[in-house]
Ligand binder design. Sequence first.
Ligand SMILES: O=P(O)(O)OC[C@H]1O[C@H](OP(=O)(O)OP(=O)(O)O)[C@H](O)[C@@H]1O
Length: 467
Amino acid sequence: MVRNIVVLSGSSHPGFVDSVCETLGVSPSSRLLAKFSSGETRCEIRDSVRGKDVYIVQTFGVGPTSSASPPSSASTRSATTADEESRSPPNTVNDYFIELCIMISACKTGSARRVTAVLPLFPYSRQPDLAFSKAGAPLVSMSGTTRQVVGERGPGTGAGRDYTFESVPVTPGASIPRTAGLGSAGVDVAEMMGKVSLGGGNKGTGPPAGGNGTASPVLVPQQQPGTYTTHDYENPGLMIALQAKSGYKQWMAQSGSLVADLLTCAGADRVLTCDLHESAYQGFFDIPVDNLHARPLLQRYIQQHIPNYRDAVIVSPDAGGAKRATAVADELGLAFALIHKERRSPKISYPPKATMMLVGDVAGRVCILVDDLADTANTLTRAAKLLKREGAVQVIALITHGVFSGDAIARINASALDRVVVTNTVAQEAHRAACDKLVVLDISGTFAEAIRRVHHGESISMLFQYD
Ligand SMILES: O=P(O)(O)OC[C@H]1O[C@H](OP(=O)(O)OP(=O)(O)O)[C@H](O)[C@@H]1O
């Protein structure tokens, strides 16, 4: 049993917190989480946190489970609160984030000695601060032979200058007289409003902010609600097309550093997370960030549950995850193949043409796709289709974070994937019930051990033999 520790559960994944607490030999502390009918979050910490080492666990997948599970345990809910909850809309990732910030702040003002945000799946980690191309450079528009910076911090410079790392963008529309709202000279406002909507990060609304380095929303074309993915940020064709239409520079919302700042500002002293999409994200913080790995768990699964795994091929479904997948292949001494996801379009058009290319030999072999995250499951299902077409006998996906938003589960059910193995960093009960191909591995023990180590000031990296 770990003493002088407080573990608080956000409303996203209470079952996970129960498992962590069971391993630690403590009970989850009492808190009340609810929403007012206006949608505002209500939070009360009901156990004393004075002088305690506090761990607040919140994750960021949104599935049927999250809306179905009550935001607080029955013992902490009053009749009024339950009534409020029944009228409340289901939680979204953003609700969970605000709830987390309020809980952190409540603990700090309650004189907690230290507050650690435990985030099995880190929010917004797929949204870089700048729009990067797959080649790693900020997205730029090609205007003749001149390159223009699409998004960067700082006050303006003239359009058409060559990009350097000292370059700063012009104030959007500063040199173009604006009429009203979105309109700028030479742009048909009605046409613009019909064809574009505002979207910075998660599609913020309101007019673009002006000047002095203030991030402004990004213009993206009108699609069906909820069909955007972070892939849209990587589509230079889309950005160029929109810039040509709008006359605005496309400035990216700096979601990554904003989320880091908000957590720190709320009072977090430390962050504990797992398989960050970009490990460089840790650099956005000036507090310690411990990035745990699901790799030992996934490797153990391969060794124990895939017969003749030594003849299998580890496959990365995109170049971004190659390092992650090769680490597994190297550790187990397996062959490796790579699928290159090409999203760039040579023309200014939307939607972009996307192709997938396989590098490696998979014919007659079991393929093990390794990735950090499945959201829409497009990447996985398309990769599986390609691998089967190239002669793979079986395709098994090993994923750390199973977000499975929208119709992802239906897509997996209908796909060439034979099995999808995920950890429970995101609640999987509802997904599991709808998908026979899903196998869920419990990673709560890793988090419990990491919490114990942080509490006692022990090394986290020693948890992972290869670190
Ligand atoms: O289930 P989906 O909606 O297809 O999304 C999953 C993919 O998205 C992420 O990579 P992403 O393409 O964002 O970036 P990367 O190229 O940096 O890996 C993740 O690593 C998966 O490969």
